[in-house]
Structures are given as structure tokens and as C-alpha cells.
Design a protein around this ligand. Structure first.
Ligand code: GLA
Length: 414
């Protein structure tokens, strides 16, 4: 994964914005990537997930454009794309602009019309490692544009907009987890989401003795390549055969009763989803009790189920998870599992903080030895969800100017 270590804030993006567009941004928002602790491939089955927001985020700065068109710049160093306001409501080039186009179109459908806007995006969410850099992009763009338009959008709605952008503009049939945690995450907390009702619970995860290690297999995955959609379809078929609206309503008894009708593959797919929902509950309890052994054991079972029943892991990711049990500091790892859609990407491990650097170094070395792959990792704590970082407030202009010598107010949610 492309690991950007730079810190990105309203203060760091503003001078770039001025350099690119020749004027100051009026609104700046941020939204994080995520790592899923447990509850994989359950979101589109109306089940439970338990992700946390990363500290890494995407920052979007906007201002009215004097050109009459939109001007988008997707990352520092990229060129500026000028796009007529009407054209930006449909799919187009460059590819990444579809995340922005999608948000503009979804807002437009809700009656929120955005006039010509200059937009600069900067991010330190690793790309291509399964840490939801695309959700961070959709949610940060939506949060910035809502602030720009002067409207409040419920974070649940922001998440749904992000998901629709994936479905309609990027052709990725994802569930709601990634966008939901990016919009609703809270510093120091994991979030347990009921994907049927979208009710959620924030569970403190602030024990300084335990760290979250996210380790990249450096194997690329693509959710658009069909395997994800195929899993979704197999789950829908399994719930139809069992006569339930979704696998959320299925039980292990029902599964055994329908075993012959389901056939081996659908049986195993459904067994994963039913078991994973139970594991989320057990993990959530373990977290609340700070019972890290129990949390780690739920993670190990989750990985085995994803590998054997759901078949979304891959050799390199399995190697990483097994190395967590074989490196010299293995006793400092409570548990690990693949995280995200699968077929590559990252593993997530809960590790004793005092040994986390040692564990990461041993993993780097052992992984290189067994696979020949050099890779990267992140040590992180749960970060905040989407937030407006900066809002130009003309009415406070004179007051603020005399205090700080500028016409801006820095906002923070805390
Ligand atoms: C991807 C999707 C999510 C979810 C996970 C698997 O990250 O975007 O909606 O389905 O895969 O848990």
C-alpha cells in the first residue's frame, strides 16, 4: 500500500489550494479510512460489523470557482481538471473524478445544487490496501460540499450517499460498512453497526496497553472483479433457499435442515455469515470487558471461516496470519485476521503495545523470507469520523480578523 506519512490538516492544505487556484478555500472537511476489526462480508447480509476509523484521513478543500466551471485537483502534484457544472453530474474522466461526480449527482438529486466549485483533495489513507480510501474520498467530498452549501446532512445519510456513489458511479456493489464508519467513527472507539437498522453502538477501545497493527500483504485486490458480487449472489440464493429475507434471520439449525438443498458452496457461505454475526457479538463483549484473549480468539475464528468457508483470503494473507503465531514475539499478539473485502489487502492484529514495534519488525522480516515481498504497516488507534475542519464565516470576519489576522474560523468537533 502506498503509505503517506505526512500529516494533513486544514493548515497544510490551504497554501496548496492557494497555489493551485489563486484564492483561499472557504470550506475544508476530512474523513478517515477504516480497518474492520471483525464482521466481514456480513454488511450486505443485513448483519453486524465492527470497524474503527483510522487516524489517516482524506482532506478536501473547496471554494466557489471564479471560472463558471468546476475545477478538481485529485492529489498534490496532479493536474487540474476543469469540468462544466452540468457534465459533472454524470460518469466521466478521469476515473477518480467519478467519486466527486457521484457525490455531486446524489446531492443534486436531493435538491442540493452545487455551483461552480474549486476543489483540492489530499490524503494519507493508504491506497489499494483495503483500508477504504474510496469511502474516505466520498465521505470527505460529501462533508465538504454539504458545508459549502450550508446544509446539515445526517452522517447516516452521508454514508448512504457514499454507498450509492460506489454502486452507480464506480460499479462496486459494496455494503454500507466502509462509508458508515468513515462518516460516524469516533476517536478512541470501535463502532458496532447493525447493518439492517443502521443503529450503532460506540465501544471504547482506548486501552493504552493494546495496539492495532494493520499489516499489508502487498497483494492488490479489486472488488469490481466479480468475486465479491458472486459472494453476494450466493448469500442471496442461500437465504432464498432457507426461506428467510436475509442471512441475518438464518440460524445454524435452519442451515443444517437445508444442507442438502443448499449444496456445499452455499452451505459454507451461509455458515460463515451466521457464525460471523455471533463472533461480532462475542468480540464486542470482549472489548467492553477488555478481555483481549477472547477478542483475539474471535479474530482467529473469523479468519479461519473467511479462508475456508467464504474463500476470500489468499496465500499471502494466510501466511501473514499464520506468522503472527510463529514469530518469536507471537505471545504478544492476541489475534489477527484478514480485514476488508479480501483477495489480498491487509491483516489486522491486536498486539501488546509494549511489543508492537518488535512484532511489526519480525513480521516484515519473516514475510520477506517466506514470500520475497517487502511491505509496509500501520500502527493506529481509533480515529474520528468525518468532520468539517474549517468554515469561512463572513459574519465573524471583523472579530476574527482582529484576533488572528485572518477571516477564518477553525472548527473542531471535540
Ligand atoms: C468491502 C466492502 C464492504 C464489506 C467488506 C467485507 O470493504 O466495501 O461493504 O462488504 O468488503 O466485509
Amino acid at each position: 500500500m502506498d503509505l503517506v506519512k505526512r500529516e494533513i490538516t486544514a493548515e497544510t492544505i490551504t497554501p496548496y489550494f492557494e497555489e493551485y487556484f489563486g484564492h483561499k478555500p472557504t470550506h475544508i472537511a476530512a474523513a478517515p479510512g477504516r480497518v474492520n476489526l471483525i464482521g466481514e462480508h456480513t454488511d450486505y447480509n443485513n448483519g453486524f460489523v465492527m470497524p474503527m476509523a483510522l487516524e489517516n484521513h482524506t482532506v478536501v478543500a473547496v471554494a466557489p470557482s471564479p471560472t463558471g466551471n468546476h475545477r478538481f485537483c485529485g492529489s498534490l502534484g496532479d493536474q487540474i481538471y476543469e469540468i462544466p457544472v452540468q457534465d459533472a453530474l454524470s460518469i466521466g474522466e478521469p476515473f477518480w473524478s467519478n467519486y466527486v461526480r457521484g457525490v455531486l449527482a446524489l446531492l443534486d438529486r436531493r435538491g442540493i445544487k452545487i455551483g461552480p466549485v474549486d476543489m483540492l483533495i489530499d490524503s494519507n489513507v493508504p491506497r489499494g490496501g483495503g483500508l477504504s480510501s474510496s469511502a474516505a474520498l466520498e465521505v470527505s467530498v460529501c462533508t465538504a460540499l454539504a458545508a459549502f452549501a450550508g446544509v446539515e446532512i445526517d452522517p447516516k445519510e452521508v454514508a448512504l450517499i457514499g454507498q450509492s456513489v460506489e454502486h452507480e458511479f464506480v460499479n462496486v456493489p459494496c455494503g454500507i460498512m466502509d462509508q458508515f464508519i468513515s462518516a460516524n467513527g469516533r476517536k478512541g472507539h470501535a463502532l458496532k453497526l447493525d447493518c439492517a437498522s443502521l443503529n450503532y453502538e460506540l465501544i471504547p477501545m482506548d486501552d493504552p496497553a493494546v495496539s492495532v497493527l494493520v499489516f499489508d500483504s502487498a497483494v492488490k485486490h479489486s472488488l469490481a472483479d466479480g468475486a465479491y458480487g458472486q459472494r453476494r449472489k450466493q448469500c442471496e440464493e442461500a437465504s432464498a433457499i432457507m426461506g428467510v429475507p436475509s442471512l441475518r434471520e438464518a440460524t445454524l439449525d435452519m442451515l443444517e435442515e437445508s444442507k442438502d438443498k443448499l449444496g456445499d458452496v452455499r452451505y459454507r457461505r451461509a455458515r460463515h455469515v451466521i457464525g460471523e454475526n455471533v463472533r461480532v457479538a462475542s468480540f464486542a463483549q470482549a472489548l467492553a470487558d477488555k478481555n483481549w484473549e477472547k477478542a483475539g480468539s474471535a479474530m482467529r475464528s473469523s479468519h479461519a471461516s473467511l479462508r475456508d468457508d467464504y474463500e476470500v483470503s489468499c496465500a499471502e494473507v494466510d501466511t501473514l496470519v499464520s506468522l503472527c503465531d510463529r514469530i518469536p514475539s507471537a505471545s504478544s499478539v492476541y489475534g489477527s485476521r484478514m480485514t476488508g473485502g479480501g483477495f489480498g489487502g491487509c491483516i489486522v492484529a491486536l498486539v501488546k503495545t509494549e511489543d508492537v514495534d518488535k512484532v511489526a519488525q519480525e513480521l516484515l522480516q519473516a514475510y520477506r523470507q517466506e514470500t520475497g515481498i517487502d511491505t509496509t504497516y500501520l500502527i493506529t488507534r481509533p480515529g474520528d469520523g468525518a468532520r468539517v475542519l474549517f468554515k469561512h464565516t463572513p459574519e465573524k470576519h471583523s472579530l476574527r480578523q482582529s484576533e488572528h489576522g485572518n477571516n477564518a474560523q477553525i472548527l473542531s468537533r471535540d
